[in-house]
Design a protein around this ligand. Sequence first.
Ligand code: PLP
Length: 382
Amino acid sequence: MSAAPTLRVPFCDLAREARALGDAIPAAFARVVARGWYVLGPEVAAFEAAFATWCGVRHAVGVASGTEAIQLALVALGVGPGDEVITAANAGVPGPIAIRAAGATPVFADVDEFTCCLDPERVEAAIGPRTRAVLAVHLYGRLAPIEALSEVARRHGVALVEDCAQAHGAARAGVRAGAYGRCGCFSFYPTKNLGAAGDGGAVVTSDDVLAERLRGLRQYGWRAKYATELSGGLNSRLDDVQAAVLATKLPLLAQWNARRQALAASYRCALAGADLALPAPTEDGAHVHHLYVVRHPRRDALREGLRALGIATDVHYPIPAHRQGVPLGRAPAAGLPVTERLAREVLSLPLYPFLSDGELNEVAAAVHQVLAAGGRGRGESA
Ligand SMILES: Cc1ncc(COP(=O)(O)O)c(C=O)c1O
């Protein structure tokens, strides 16, 4: 067995962020410990208010994870057993898992090969008598064609829920992810554009009634303390430690997103001429590059070549939701050909705010080197 190559460029290194923040995170922890209020306390209320304002909506309801944000959003909208929710199969399993946890059936629609997001025409074709909602994922940080999806949902009288787990701050014409649908669901998993020091999530909405229901559902379905009146509730509360960390980082999010966008622009220049499909360009601000995902028909060989040169990569995601080991939802009779092809071809290169320009150039040089040595791509843009 050959020795593992020396890692020259990690996929992500959160310790760099912690170093850049200095004492700020330990100070946030210390503030919570000194107060002694750990769950749904003043730090949670303050972060919820700040995050709602940042998203341009009236309410943010902090919950325990992005998956439970989606589950509780659907329950709050009245989605349950016998209902169907249309979503994408190329965005990992949390969405489908959350839909199933709400009691409904995920129905997969194919995605657009350039945006990798739900194709509004295919969504419309998938709508049936049991459809109650569309869960649109802003995948990799790119705002989905949310206006068109919104129009489809409106025409058919179904709710539009946004999965914003990868798209904190993505915006078109000043409207940020989370402010388009009935509600937007966020994850604060540590590697997200806005990440906690553990798990966390939130549902944002401008609907007062929905927000009130969500506040009950995240805490056993309570309307008042010890009085459960909402079915489908959980223990899915946000901790004050996580809220304090998130509130500390929120003022830096725009700057970090701008750095991600600058790195993506640098990749576009540095990878020009490589026989590789790069992410399709977007309007300014509509992509916050949670991930930098390229495509190549011999993805696994390219990935192995990069690994041998010490460049870490990842695949988001190798197994579409309708191909998992347990049934997670229903695919159309015609299948999901674009989704299946993307699963074979997508490759995520390192991109996070603390990746250095030098590291980016190393990654790009390694990509050119591996492709020149034999990985042949199709050269079409994505
Ligand atoms: C697109 C998408 N949706 C939902 C989630 C679920 O978030 P969490 O891991 O906080 O449950 C994630 C994160 O993994 C995600 O990437």
